[in-house]
Design a protein around this ligand. Structure first.
Ligand code: ADP
Ligand code: ASP
Ligand code: MG
Length: 422
C-alpha cells in the first residue's frame, strides 16, 4: 500500500463520460489499498473559453487589478472538475472529498497568472486519507497570503500535482494525459516520433523549458528538487487494465543516468512558437550597451531569452534578442521610450513570425560535432538560421516560423530518432 498522486489533464477530464472513466481508474487503485490523491485540470477548452470571455470585456489592460480577476475567473475551471470527479467517485461507491487550492491550502506568492507554490499544508489531506477517502485537489490554483486566488500559469496542473506529491512524500506521481508518454518530439508534428520508456530529469527539464508542453517546466523542477518519482502515461488505456501493467507503462523520469541513456546523443527535439525577435541596428559598440538595452527590459519585468550581438563595423553593431510574444509590444515600447533616445539610433526591427527549435540530449556533453550535424540538416532543407544558443545538453536555433515543422522533421531524421533505440 502506498500514497499515490494521479494528475488528469483537460482532455482526460473532457466530458462526464471521461470523468466517469477517471473515477473508475482511481477507484481501482483505491480498492487495491492505495491512499489516493487526485489533481485534475479543467475540462478541455474550458480555461481558453474563460480567458476568451475575459478578453471580450477587457482586451487591453494587463495591470495587477486585471490579472487578479483573470485568476479568479480561470481557476473556476478546476473547481468544476474536482466537484464532478468527487461525485463520480462517490457514485462508484468510493468515499471522496474535493478541495479548492485555498482550502488545502496551497500557498503561493502573489504573481497572478504565474504564481509560484511556496508551501502546501498536508494536515487536512492526511486526515481524509486516514479516514479512507480519496482526496481531490484542484490543479492550477493556489492562494496568496492575503487570501487572493492565484493560478500557476498555463499547464500548471502538472506543477500542482508534483508539488502535492512532494508535500505528501508520495511514493509516485502519475501524470495521465492524452499521449502515452514522453516522445522524441511532439507526435502531433512528427508521426514517426517514438515514445521514450525513460528520460533523464535533466533532459526532461530542458525539453520542457524549450517548449515541450507535455509537462510544465515547474513540475519538472519540483520533481528534481524533492526527488518525486514521476511518470507520464495515457489516460486512454482501458480503465480496468492490471495495476502492475499500468504502473510500468508510459515514460519514467529518471534521476540517475544509466548507460543505455548515454548512448543516445540526442534524445529529443523541442520547439516553441511563443517568442518574438527584436533587433536594434547601428548601436554604438562600447562598454555598457548590452546593459543599457537589456537593463531597461529587465526593469520592465520582461524575460529575455536568446541574445546575439554582431561583430562591429566602424564602431557600430547590431543587437538582437528574443522575448515572449505576449511581451513583444511592451518591449518595443520600452526600447522606444527608455533606450533609443540615448543610443543614437532608432532603427528597431521586430519579427513575431519566428520559432525556436532545440535538440536536447545528455549525450551532447561527451560528443563533438552535434551542433554542426544540426546545422547541416537545416541547410540541406534550405532553412536559414537567424540565431543560435547552446548549453551543455542542448542547441537551439531561431528560424522562420513557416519552416518549423520541416525543421523538426529533418532533425528527427538526422539524429535517427525515428529508429528504435539500440
Ligand atoms: P494535458 O491536458 O493532459 O495536460 P497537454 O496538452 O498539456 O495535456 O500535454 C500533452 C500534449 O503535449 C500531447 O498531446 C502532445 O501533443 C504534446 N507534446 C509536446 N511535446 C511532446 C513530447 N515530446 N512527447 C509527448 N507529447 C508532447
Ligand atoms: N487548466 C489550465 C490550463 O489550461 C491548467 C492545466 O491544464 O494544467 O492551462
Ligand atoms: Mg498540460
Amino acid at each position: 500500500m502506498a500514497l499515490i498522486v494521479h494528475k488528469y489533464g483537460g482532455t482526460s477530464m473532457g466530458s462526464t463520460e471521461r470523468i466517469r472513466n477517471v473515477a473508475k481508474r482511481v477507484a481501482k487503485w483505491a480498492r487495491a489499498g492505495h491512499q489516493m490523491v487526485v489533481v485534475p485540470s479543467a475540462m478541455s477548452g474550458e480555461t481558453n473559453r474563460l480567458l476568451g470571455l475575459a478578453k471580450e470585456l477587457q482586451p487591453a489592460r494587463a495591470d495587477e487589478a486585471v490579472q487578479r480577476e483573470l485568476d479568479m475567473l480561470a481557476s473556476t475551471g478546476e473547481q468544476v472538475s474536482v466537484g464532478l470527479l468527487a461525485l463520480a467517485l462517490q457514485a462508484e461507491g468510493v468515499p471522496a472529498v474535493s478541495y479548492a487550492g485555498w482550502q488545502v491550502p496551497v500557498r503561493t506568492n502573489s504573481a497572478y497568472t504565474k504564481a509560484r507554490i511556496e508551501s502546501i499544508d498536508d494536515a487536512r489531506v492526511r486526515k481524509d486519507l486516514q479516514a479512507g477517502k480519496v482526496v481531490i485537489i484542484t490543479g492550477f490554483q493556489g492562494v496568496d497570503d492575503q487570501g487572493h486566488i492565484t493560478t500557476l500559469g498555463r499547464g500548471g496542473s502538472d506543477t500542482s500535482a508534483v508539488a502535492v506529491a512532494a508535500a505528501l512524500k508520495a511514493a509516485e506521481c502519475l501524470i495521465y494525459t492524452d499521449v502515452d508518454g514522453v516522445y522524441t518530439t511532439d507526435p502531433r508534428v512528427v508521426p514517426e516520433a517514438r515514445r521514450l520508456s525513460t528520460i533523464s530529469f535533466e533532459e526532461m527539464l530542458e525539453m520542457a523549458s524549450m517548449g515541450s508542453k507535455v509537462l510544465q517546466i515547474r513540475s519538472v523542477e519540483f520533481a528534481g528538487k524533492y526527488q518525486v518519482p514521476l511518470r507520464v502515461l495515457s489516460s486512454f488505456t482501458p480503465w480496468d487494465i492490471a495495476i502492475e501493467e499500468e504502473a510500468t507503462s508510459g515514460t519514467l523520469i529518471t534521476f540517475e543516468e544509466d548507460e543505455k541513456m548515454e548512448q543516445a546523443v540526442v534524445s529529443g527535439i523541442a520547439f516553441n512558437r511563443d517568442e518574438a525577435k527584436i533587433s536594434i541596428l547601428g548601436v554604438p559598440d562600447r562598454p555598457g550597451i548590452a546593459y543599457q538595452i537589456l537593463g531597461a527590459v529587465a526593469d520592465a519585468n520582461i524575460e529575455v531569452d536568446v541574445i546575439i550581438q554582431n561583430v562591429s563595423h566602424d564602431g557600430k553593431t547590431d543587437f538582437s534578442f528574443t522575448v515572449h510574444r505576449n511581451d513583444y509590444a511592451r518591449t518595443v515600447d520600452v526600447l522606444k521610450t527608455k533606450v533609443v533616445p540615448s543610443l543614437g539610433t532608432d532603427r528597431i526591427e521586430g519579427d513575431t513570425r519566428i520559432c525556436k527549435v532545440s535538440i536536447v540530449g545528455i549525450g551532447m556533453r561527451s560528443h563533438v560535432g552535434i551542433a554542426s550535424r544540426m546545422f547541416r540538416a537545416l541547410s540541406e532543407e534550405g532553412i536559414n538560421i537567424q540565431m543560435i544558443s547552446t548549453s551543455e545538453i542542448k542547441t537551439s536555433v531561431v528560424i522562420d516560423e513557416k519552416y518549423m515543422e520541416l525543421a523538426v522533421r529533418a532533425l528527427h531524421r538526422a539524429f535517427d530518432l525515428d529508429q528504435p533505440a539500440a
